[in-house]
Write a protein that binds this ligand. Structure first.
Ligand code: ATP
Length: 221
């Protein structure tokens, strides 16, 4: 199967790092910005880099944007440009449009006009940092919906040597341990009687309020 092809519109800090990492992973990337300097900055990294105004429908069409599997709109400050660009991409029939939103309202508008996925990088990173600050054992926090998340939690010192049966996370916190990561291996059928060690990482799914309770209960003193 041919590798996916990506177009990134807006080469600020976010867009340029998406473009850079996709290129490093061997994907074909078209990088677009109206600022020629930013285009030059990534020209040596990505497959094609062009300077264009993405609110100009003819210019966007001429770039053959329809042929890309995924288009990421990473325009932040100029909400109007972000919305117009998304509309144009939608009209041109782009298969998957992912758009960075500046705030909740911007996000709502983007969803309404047909963005396939709306992302809030600053908000999500803020949430992760906050969780990590409250409980340094939390290595990763992934929102599944407004109410549910998955967290990766380093086994806190107070439960080293105990097992999943003794912790009884399902009954006490209404959360499920999906997997235990040990030595880089993911065990998706962890044995309830097996002792946990300090290097293990628990992958837990649950309601946010219950996960918060669990995180606080297991926060190191
Ligand atoms: P960062 O990712 O750095 O946080 P940001 O969210 O502040 O960025 P902006 O700097 O507003 O976003 O926009 C990102 C880039 O999008 C800028 O480099 C800007 O030149 C580009 N951009 C804005 N409007 C357009 C447009 N109509 N066509 C092409 N590029 C545009």
């Amino acid at each position: 199967m041919a590798k996916k092809q990506f177009a990134i519109i807006g080469l600020g800090r976010f867009g340029s790092s998406v473009a850079k990492f996709l290129s490093e992973m061997g994907y074909e990337v078209l990088a677009i910005d109206e600022n020629e300097e930013l285009v030059q900055d990534v020209a040596h990294i990505v497959t094609h880099a062009v300077s264009a105004d993405s609110t100009d429908e003819e210019a966007v069409r001429a770039l053959g944007i329809r042929n890309f599997d995924v288009v990421v709109v990473a325009i932040g400050q100029d909400i109007q440009a972000s919305i117009l660009t998304t509309l144009i991409l939608k009209d041109l029939g782009v298969k998957q449009i992912i758009v960075k939103a500046q705030n909740e309202l911007h996000g709502k508008v983007l969803s309404k006009i047909g963005a396939d996925k709306v992302i809030f990088p600053e908000r999500d990173m803020g949430l992760r940092v906050a969780h990590h600050l409250v409980s340094p054992n939390i290595l990763e926090h992934i929102e599944l919906s407004n109410d549910y998340s998955i967290v990766e939690m380093k086994v806190p010192s107070q439960i080293v040597g105990r097992n999943l049966k003794q912790l009884d996370i399902r009954v006490k916190y209404n959360c499920n341990v999906l997997a235990v990561k040990r030595d880089g291996e993911m065990n998706i059928t962890p044995h309830p009687d097996e002792s946990l060690n300090s290097e293990d990482v628990l992958v837990i799914v649950g309601r946010n309020d219950q996960l918060n309770r669990l995180e606080q209960a297991y926060a190191e003193p």
